[in-house]
Design a binder for this molecule. Structure first.
Ligand code: FAD
Length: 522
């Protein structure tokens, strides 16, 4: 090992960024090169596009994230601009469907909404920033509790967590009161209705600067900070292969997409954090094929609806002045659709769901002006219940040695099926959503189950495990079984059934892996 070991990171999302930050803060001389297949969207690398105030600039940043099929071909990806809705679990701006139907498209008829983002910051440039902690059986049980709590705290600090975002919103408070009246008696202590923790920095004017990979990178992208001298981010650089000799990786083969030239870059360790489909794809393309690679795919299924808040019930809890103040505050930040965010967290055994309840003064779609709830003065909530998928070896992604995708990598086919147990939990979640909606007002969009893949939270395809028994890809420190210095990162590592947004968990797992990797560099 040289005195200045070099680490290559594939992917610039929040997880690759967490690796870069922790490695460089832990190791005094290591250098990191981060390769990102997509373009840099913002002056500050990895910033959330939600912070871009100019609508045209925001739109352009999102199109640039949608891979080679963006722009004129965007509709072929299933993302027509008119139906894209922020704050909802539908096709989202900034993402591109894996199964877009064109040449080189993945095959995912049973998981049709699977999507990715290709840009500096990854999906983390577009995310909603909800960062609840996992609870009960959602946690990675082979990581000791004390250590886990410290890892989560570090992950929260890397992501600029706000545990009580918008807690002062009178409307948000009234929504919590109405939900508590309906559900509090049946929820365990500590897992009742509350505010949803989010990643961002509240601004003096009441707005939020949403967190992206930029805040995770922190000092690494501050030219005045010495750590930035040891960090190199290369955008539009597609890693095509991980090179290795026996159980040691030696570098990566990377294509510069601007010049179309390919080179080999040597490394003392490689971290692959290129999302839950494209990371296992890269390992497969490199001939690294543990039996569990791509298997045990999970997400959380999403049942959503939109409700017009009931004026009578709300006005008992919120004064006219408070409503006017809320609307005035919102008017200042009309470009940001997220206002008060509340939740009912996962708890066992009786509430195996996560509910996310987002207030906005307008519905996320055009309501016919003649609709009885059009222009509702009290506004609307978009609500979603996340329902877990239990890991099964049958669900997953396979890669073809014969058919290439549009990037020239082994094409993917996703196989996925809901079991009776999952359908039963979806039915129960739908009942809960009905009750929540009735407690708050009138439905303007009835509860409906979104197509598989809509959560954008894909887990399990490179799961970590306590033993190399064929059911996991990586060890408890995220090192691929059989390798000394090949590390994987991202939601794909999460081995459990989950209902909540996974990024906080994945950053915590990454902190653990990065510390171990930095130590191993000498
Ligand atoms: P990504 O952010 O997906 O980054 C992976 C990067 O790797 C991409 O930029 C990709 O271009 C790059 N890459 C892929 N292949 C290669 C290659 N071969 N060479 C070089 N680069 C490559 N999560 C939450 O926890 N809470 C939320 O509220 C939430 N809301 C979301 C809302 C939206 C609209 C979206 C799109 C996502 C949301 N997510 C949310 C998911 C969250 O963004 C992801 O969990 C997170 O970004 C995962 O981080 P990552 O670094 O593992 O992967």
């Amino acid at each position: 090992m040289s005195t200045s070991p070099h680490v290559v990171i594939v992917g610039s999302g929040p997880i690759g960024s967490a690796y870069a930050r922790v490695i460089l803060e832990t190791h005094p001389t290591a250098t990191v090169t981060m390769f990102e297949a997509g373009p840099q969207l913002t002056d500050i690398p990895g910033e959330s596009v939600r912070n871009i105030a100019d609508p045209d600039a925001k739109e352009r940043a999102r199109e640039m994230s949608q891979g080679p099929q963006s722009g004129a071909l965007r509709e072929s990806l299933g993302i027509p601009a008119g139906v894209v809705v922020e704050g909802m679990f539908t096709a989202r701006q900034g993402t591109h469907l894996l199964d877009f139907g064109g040449e080189g498209s993945a095959h995912a008829p049973t998981f049709p909404a699977a999507a990715a983002a290709t840009n500096v910051g990854g999906q983390g440039a577009h995310w909603t920033c909800a960062i609840p902690r996992p609870a009960f059986s959602e946690k990675v049980l082979f990581i000791p509790d004390d250590e886990w709590d410290e890892l989560i705290a570090r992950a929260e600090s890397l992501l600029h967590a706000q545990s009580a975002a918008f807690a002062d919103s009178a409307i948000g408070g009234a929504i919590r009161t109405l939900l508590e009246r309906e559900f509090a008696a049946e929820l365990p202590e500590g897992y009742g209705v509350g505010t949803l923790p989010v990643a961002g920095d509240p601004q003096p004017d009441g707005s939020m600067r949403w967190a992206g990979a930029d805040v995770v990178l922190g000092p690494l992208i501050d030219p005045d900070d010495p750590l930035s001298q040891r960090f190199h981010l290369r955008d539009l650089s597609l890693v095509r292969r991980v090179e290795y000799d026996g159980g040691r990786v030696t570098g990566v083969v990377v294509e510069d997409l601007r010049t179309r030239t390919t080179s080999t870059v040597e490394a003392d360790a490689v971290v692959v954090a290129a999302d839950a489909f494209r990371s296992p794809q890269l390992l497969w393309a490199s001939g690294i094929r543990p039996p569990a690679l791509g298997r045990y795919l999970t997400e959380h299924h999403v049942v959503i609806s939109t409700v017009a808040l009931d004026g009578e019930r709300m006005s008992e809890l919120v004064s006219d002045d408070a409503l006017a103040a809320e609307l005035a505050r919102r008017a200042k930040h009309a470009a940001d659709p997220v206002a008060a965010v509340n939740r009912i967290p996962f708890s066992e055994p009786d509430h195996p769901f996560s509910a996310q309840v987002m207030y906005a003064e307008n519905p996320p779609f055009q309501l016919d002006p003649s609709h009885p709830h059009a222009g509702n003065r009290w506004g609307y909530v978009n609500m979603g219940y996340g329902v877990r998928k239990h890991p099964r070896v049958e669900d997953g992604v396979t890669f073809s040695d014969d058919e290439l995708d549009y990037r020239g990598l082994p094409n993917m086919t996703i196989e996925y099926e809901l079991t009776d147990a999952e359908n039963a939990e979806i039915a129960r979640a739908t009942e809960h959503l009905q009750r929540a909606g009735q407690a708050l007002g009138e439905f303007v969009a009835q509860p409906r189950l979104l197509p598989n893949g809509s959560s954008l939270h894909y887990m399990g395809t490179m799961r970590m495990g306590p033993a190399d028994d064929g059911t996991s890809v990586a060890d408890p420190y995220s090192v691929v079984w059989g390798f000394e210095n090949l590390v994987v990162g991202g939601n794909a590592l999460i081995p459990t059934a989950n209902t909540m947004n996974p990024t906080l968990t994945s950053v915590a797992i990454a902190v653990r892996g990065a510390r171990r990797l930095a130590d191993s560099l000498g």
